[in-house]
Design a protein around this ligand. Structure first.
Ligand code: FAD
Length: 409
């Protein structure tokens, strides 16, 4: 009987264990599949992900376009995603009675809108396939024996010998140490998917206001500018929302090196140039010549924000549009098209964050998800130096890597 041990009972670990056991069953092979989970609970991040709804994947079935959502790992994921992509994830869950549906922005959730559905699906599948799930089994160290087997040292418990091992420990430092023990390099670690700490009177007192079509540009000293677009949110401490989170992922390492100090330019309405903003404001002016500027304003903006824009331009709220000069129109347009903020630091987003960095991708054979350094050692999920922007891409990386490992382990 062959023993396969998967370290980590998270997204990648469970998906790998289930598919490994299923493949062995189909091929009539005798295999023991064991998950060793350090904590008292499995699938912790699946449970809390997507605000408890679990954003399982993204409704984007064109593989090359999908890979463009990974600041790190995009090139390496191309071939694995051709083997198991978002559409395969949807089909995998569907064949087990779990329907995934997309939202307008492409994020896919179970129709039940609760991550418990995903957890139940995994737990039932693991049980039916006799996957041995051991909680409170923290692997402290791995040793490769001369026989080719691995010896796993479990904290306060007996060690376990196994033929193949998979490290699916997410962003845990312990997991990185296990990979290092076996000769792997860990690339620079840095938080990804964070929001920006900004103190500015234009956005103070407006937490909760959102801008659906914002465009942001991040300027870090001595770096090329980073650009993103999408919904943006004013928070108690600065700016957040998908556009900001995405740009934080692209600039994760550069922001770390800059101690999270940068300039952020915000185009609130996603207009193509400042002249478009001027024309837009001229139309508003002409339609409301007799009205006070505080009462007639771009329909995409909340009044509370517009009043702050007027304040910043030093235009009296009671002024009639007819009396607004071209210079004043230009000043309003410039604020709408490009407000510059000093980023003072980072805040972690409450719903989703990942670690950038991990096992060096040069050391992995992506056809099998196997180590090039240590045979029969496999990896999947966030332990690798792969991370995606927000929207289900991080889970898809876990499913894809775990699927490929399961077919080869
Ligand atoms: C709050 C939050 C919300 C998120 N929401 C989303 C989302 O909606 N969509 C999305 O795509 N991504 C989301 N993510 C990211 C996503 O959860 C991760 O990318 C994904 O869980 C990674 O899977 P993994 O299996 O690699 O790691 P994990 O799911 O973190 O699992 C790793 C497991 O390994 C165990 N472990 C670690 N070290 C050891 C050891 N030495 N011995 C034994 N066990 C060990 C850990 O206890 C853990 O259970 C979210 C993340 C967070 C934190």
């Amino acid at each position: 009987m062959k023993n396969i041990v998967i370290i980590g009972g998270g997204a990648a670990g469970f998906f790998a264990a289930i598919n490994t056991a299923e493949k062995a069953k189909i091929n009539n092979q005798k295999v023991n599949v064991t998950i060793l989970e350090a904590g008292p609970l499995v699938l912790k991040k699946v449970r809390i992900s997507g605000g408890g709804r679990c954003n399982v994947t993204h409704n984007l079935f064109e593989v090359r376009a999908f890979t463009e959502k990974y600041p790190r790992g995009s090139k390496e994921l191309l071939s694995p995603l051709h083997t198991f992509q978002a559409k395969d994830t949807v089909d995998w869950f569907k064949s087990r009675g779990v329907e995934l549906v997309p939202e307008a922005d492409g994020r896919m959730f179970p129709t039940t809108n609760t991550s418990e559905t995903i957890i139940e699906c995994f737990m039932n599948a693991a049980e039916n396939l006799n996957v041995d799930v051991r909680l409170n089994h923290k692997v402290d160290k791995i040793e490769k024996l001369e026989s080719g087997q691995f010896l796993l040292y479990i904290r306060n418990l007996e060690s376990i010998a196994t033929d193949s091992v998979m490290i699916a420990t997410g962003s845990s430092q312990f997991g990185y140490n296990l990979a290092k023990d076996l000769g792997h390099t860990i690339t620079e670690l840095a938080p990804s998917l964070f929001s920006f700490k900004i103190e500015d009177s234009l956005i103070s007192d407006l937490p909760g206001l959102s801008f659906e079509k914002a465009e942001v540009q991040l300027l870090i000293e001595n770096q090329k500018p980073f650009k993103e677009k999408g919904p943006m949110l004013i928070t108690h401490w600065g700016l957040s929302g998908p556009a900001v989170l995405k740009i934080s992922a692209w600039a994760a390492r550069e922001m770390l090196h800059a101690d999270y100090k940068a300039l952020l330019k915000v185009n609130w309405l996603g207009l193509d140039k400042v002249d478009t903003a001027v024309l837009y404001l001229k139309r508003i002016k002409e339609a409301g010549l007799k009205s006070q500027v505080q009462n007639i304003y771009p329909e995409e903006l909340a009044k509370r924000f517009w009043l702050k824009v007027l304040e910043k331009s030093q235009i009296a709220l009671e002024k009639r549009w007819a009396d607004v000069s071209n210079k004043e129109l230009q000043s309003l347009a410039e604020i709408l098209f490009s407000t510059e903020f000093k980023v003072l630091g980072k805040n972690r987003y409450k719903d989703e964050f990942v670690e950038c960095g991990g096992v060096d991708l040069k050391e992995i054979n992506f056809k099998k998800m196997e180590s090039k350094i240590c045979p029969n050692l496999f990896f999947a999920g966030e332990v690798l130096d792969i991370d995606g922007i927000t929207g289900g891409f991080n889970f898809q990386n876990a499913w894809t890597g775990a699927w490929i490992a399961s077919q080869n382990i």
